[in-house]
Design a binder for this molecule. Structure first.
Ligand SMILES: O=C(O)CCC(=O)C(=O)O
Ligand SMILES: [Fe+2]
Length: 358
């Protein structure tokens, strides 16, 4: 989830060039100031259970997009390319890398009883600055200059030629070269007896398209990334502009929240199961959540890891937005997508796909 870091900045700092502004520490993730995050789905709303997405569309094992995949992406808001990154050893190394950086007091790779998240389980301030952040779902390795920027991580995700080729087919060339991915996002198993709730949300990002690279074997009920099929269409018109991070009127905000709640209580989320190297491509306005990980309850505990990536077409006039919700040097610095001045069209059902290559 894109949480807005709480950083105290003076008005002067906000208007000065952002080049040398201090990068916030990952401990400053606690703010959730965007109105859509200040109004999460109420406990009273019943969220339907995820349904594993097992379909294999024509072309799902190819780099080229098929007509069926394009039609599915347009109507459902996502597709899964199977085996797009064919490098099992690379993903094995990545899992080793994840565990090598795991503080022993936080989790032990050889003892799955230590993998549960608990409210009182915290990283030290020093570790959270270096490693990333925790949520009730798991530990996300993410840091301004370290996790998410490693050449070897980028090569196995957003910069992989097959991934870029798929993105090009969706949004056209040139795709802006990737500077970073969001990080390595873990989802821990839940222990027996603790109810697990999804956290349906839309990201507050100006990306053209986003992707989740599956790093660990992710069978059903193991925390797979969940999307609410078709929600990108209904939630798209409420934002200020087609790629805006803002919903600036009370009326549109209320309409967004109403539509979000209606969606989660009437549509079952698709749980994107898969294997290392499968890649989920998703529309950035789609409602989504990390999945429910029942693997410990089911008897074979696993930690799910994905790499979230964001893409944009190049050649626009990009700018940082550190005054509000980012992305910028402070706000949402972990997202490799930027606001751009050419983004001035009001979103309507007629322009959902304008500028796309599909
Ligand atoms: O970890 C996941 O599956 C979802 C992460 C997410 O929602 C996000 O990065 O915004
Ligand atoms: Fe998200």
């Amino acid at each position: 989830m894109n949480l807005k870091p709480e950083v105290q900045v003076s008005p002067k700092e906000l208007t000065e060039p952002t080049q040398d502004t201090p990068i916030p520490s990952p401990t400053n993730y606690s703010g959730r100031t965007h109105p859509i995050y200040q109004h999460p789905v109420s406990e009273k709303v019943q969220i339907l259970e995820p349904v594993p997405y097992e379909d294999r569309l024509v072309g799902s094992d190819q780099v080229e997009l098929s007509h069926q995949e394009i039609a599915h992406f347009k109507s459902q808001g996502f597709i899964v390319k199977r085996g797009l990154i064919d490098d099992q050893k690379g993903f094995d190394r990545l899992v080793d890398y994840y565990w090598e950086h795991m503080p022993a007091y936080f989790m032990d790779r050889d003892d799955s009883m230590t993998w549960f998240m608990r409210a009182d389980k915290k990283l030290t301030v020093e570790d959270s600055q270096f490693l990333g952040r925790t949520s009730s779902a798991g530990l996300k390795f993410q840091s301004p200059t370290r996790f998410g920027t490693e050449p070897y991580v980028l090569a196995l995700s957003a910069s992989h030629p097959n991934v870029r080729r798929v993105v090009e087919q969706f949004i056209g060339k040139p795709v802006r070269p990737t500077k970073r991915v969001r990080g390595l996002y873990g989802v821990s198993p839940t222990p027996t007896g603790i109810p697990m709730r999804l956290s349906p949300h839309a990201d507050v990002i100006p990306a053209d398209i986003s992707a989740m690279v599956i790093v660990t074997e992710t069978p059903p009920r193991c925390g797979g990334f969940c999307v609410w099929p078709g929600s990108h269409i209904n939630l798209y018109p409420f934002w200020d502009t087609r790629h805006s991070t803002r919903i600036n009127t009370q009326e549109r905000l209320e309409a967004f929240l109403y539509e979000r709640d209606r969606t989660v209580s009437t549509i079952a989320p698709a749980e994107c199961i898969g294997s290392p190297g499968d890649v989920v491509f998703w529309h950035p306005r789609i409602l989504h959540s990390s999945g429910k990980n029942y693997s410990a309850i089911d008897g074979s505990p696993c930690i799910r890891i994905v790499i979230p990536c964001d893409f944009q077409k190049n050649g626009r006039t990009f700018f940082d937005d550190d005054e509000q919700y980012g992305p910028g040097k402070r706000e949402q610095w972990w997202v490799d997508a930027h606001n751009f001045t050419e983004d001035n069209e009001v979103p309507t059902s007629d322009n959902l796909w304008s500028g796309w290559n599909i």
